[in-house]
Ligand binder design. Structure first.
Ligand code: NAD
Ligand code: LMR
Length: 339
C-alpha cells in the first residue's frame, strides 16, 4: 500500500508539474487610430492574441462599429470602443501597451516627411494624454514620419515628467518583414526561417537592411544585395504607388504591428530573449539620439540595445549616407515638440 501511495503521490506531483501553468497576466492594449486602414486589421490581430485581456479601440470616429464587430470574435480579450477626445482618457487608463497608427498616410509623390505638418500635432496630443492617463505604458509608434514622431513623443513625455526611454518604441518591424520576404525570394530559402536585421530609421535611405547578417546564409552577388537593399528602402513607396492614391501599407503594417506588440507583451510577461528591431533612444551611433537596431525587450521595456555587429563595406557606406537625414528628422521632431 505504501508503495502504491508513494507512486500515486509522485505521479500526482508529476501531473501537477506537467500541467501547471502560470496564469497569463491581464494586459490592456490600446490602439489609437483603430478605425483606420491599419487600425482595423491591427484590432483584429490583437483580438486574436491570447496575451491580451482588454482591447481598447480609440479613434476620432468609427470605433463603436469596429469594436462591436471585433468583439464578436470568440477569443480572450474584452473589447471596448472609444470615440472622440472626451473618451481618450478612458481608452488609455490602465493600458500596458499603446499602439499609435493615428494620422494621415502618404499619396504618390509624397515623402513621409510631407506628413509631418499634420501627424506631428496628432502625435503630440495623443502623447500628452498618454503621459496623463497611462504614463507607464509601452508606446509603439507607427504614425509617420517615425524618424520624427518618436522624438516628438519623447519630448512630450519629458515635459510631462514621465519620460522613460525604455518604454518608447518606433515600429520599424515592417522593414524587417519586407527584408525577410524579399531576401527569401532572391536567396531561395524558406521564408519562415529567414532573419535580417534592419537598422537606422524608417524612411528611404535611413532604412538600412543588413543582408550581410541575413540567415540562412546565401551567397548573393553584390548586385542582388544592392537591389534587395533598394527594394527594402522603397517598399513603402512601392505600396503607395500600387494603391494609387488610396493610402499606404495597411495589411502588412497591421501584421508587423501585431508582431511587435506581441513582442512587447511577451517582454512585459517576463518571456526571456525577446529581440526585435526598433527605433529607440540610443547611443550606439554618435550624434543620433534615436536609432533603430536590435533591442531586447523585457519587463521594463528596452532591456538592452544590441550592437550593430560587423557591417559589409556597402552597409558601412549606407550607414554614413543615412546620418545627415536621420539627424535632421530627429532635430525637426524635437524642435516641433519644444515650441
Ligand atoms: P488611415 O487614414 O487609414 O487611418 C488613420 C486613422 O487615424 C483614421 O481612422 C483617423 O480617423 C485616425 N486619426 C486621425 N487623427 C486622430 C487623432 N487625433 N486621434 C486618433 N485617431 C486619429 O491611415 P493608415 O493607412 O492607417 O496610416 C496611419 C499612419 O501610419 C500614417 O501616418 C502612415 O504613414 C503610418 N504608417 C506607418 C508605417 C510604419 O512602418 N511605421 C507603415 C504604414 C503606415
Ligand atoms: C511603409 O513603410 O509602408 C509606411 O511607412 C508607409 C509609407 O508611407 O510608406
Amino acid at each position: 500500500r505504501s508503495v502504491y501511495s508513494a507512486v500515486s503521490r509522485s505521479s500526482s506531483k508529476l501531473v501537477r508539474r506537467g500541467y501547471a501553468t502560470e496564469p497569463v497576466p491581464e494586459r490592456k492594449v490600446a490602439i489609437l487610430g483603430a478605425a483606420g486602414g491599419i487600425g482595423q486589421p491591427l484590432s483584429l490581430l490583437m483580438k486574436l492574441n491570447p496575451l491580451v485581456s482588454s482591447l481598447s479601440l480609440y479613434d476620432i470616429g468609427g470605433t463603436p462599429g469596429v469594436a462591436a464587430d471585433v468583439s464578436h470574435i470568440n477569443s480572450r480579450s474584452e473589447v471596448a470602443g472609444y470615440q472622440g477626445e472626451e473618451e481618450l482618457g478612458k481608452a488609455l487608463e490602465g493600458a500596458d501597451v499603446v499602439i499609435i497608427p493615428a494620422g494621415v498616410p502618404r499619396k504618390p509623390g509624397m515623402t513621409r516627411d510631407d506628413l509631418f505638418n499634420i501627424n506631428a500635432g496628432i502625435v503630440k496630443s495623443l502623447c500628452t494624454a498618454i503621459a496623463k492617463y497611462c504614463p507607464h505604458a509601452l508606446v509603439n509608434m507607427i504614425s509617420n514620419p517615425v524618424n520624427s514622431t518618436v522624438p516628438i513623443a519623447a519630448e512630450v513625455f519629458k515635459k510631462a515628467g514621465t519620460y522613460d526611454e525604455k518604454r518608447l518604441f518606433g515600429v520599424t518591424t515592417l522593414d524587417v518583414v519586407r527584408a525577410k520576404t524579399f531576401y527569401a525570394g532572391k536567396a531561395n530559402v524558406p521564408v519562415a526561417e529567414v532573419n535580417v536585421p534592419v537598422v537606422g530609421g524608417h524612411a528611404g535611405v535611413t532604412i538600412l537592411p543588413l543582408f550581410s547578417q541575413a540567415t540562412p546564409k546565401a551567397n548573393l552577388s553584390d548586385d542582388y544585395i544592392k537591389a534587395l537593399t533598394k527594394r527594402t528602402q522603397e517598399g513603402g513607396t512601392e505600396v503607395v504607388e500600387a494603391k494609387a492614391g488610396k493610402g499606404s501599407a495597411t495589411l502588412s503594417m497591421a501584421y508587423a504591428g501585431a508582431i511587435f506588440a506581441d513582442a512587447c507583451l511577451k517582454g512585459l510577461n517576463g518571456v526571456p530573449d525577446v529581440v526585435e528591431c526598433s527605433y529607440v533612444q540610443s547611443n550606439i551611433i554618435a550624434d543620433l539620439p534615436f536609432f533603430a537596431s536590435k533591442v531586447r525587450i523585457g519587463k521594463n521595456g528596452v532591456e538592452e540595445i544590441l550592437g550593430l555587429g560587423p557591417l559589409s563595406d556597402f552597409e558601412q557606406q549606407g550607414l554614413e549616407n543615412l546620418k545627415s537625414e536621420l539627424k535632421s528628422s530627429i532635430e525637426k521632431g524635437i524642435k516641433f515638440a519644444s515650441q
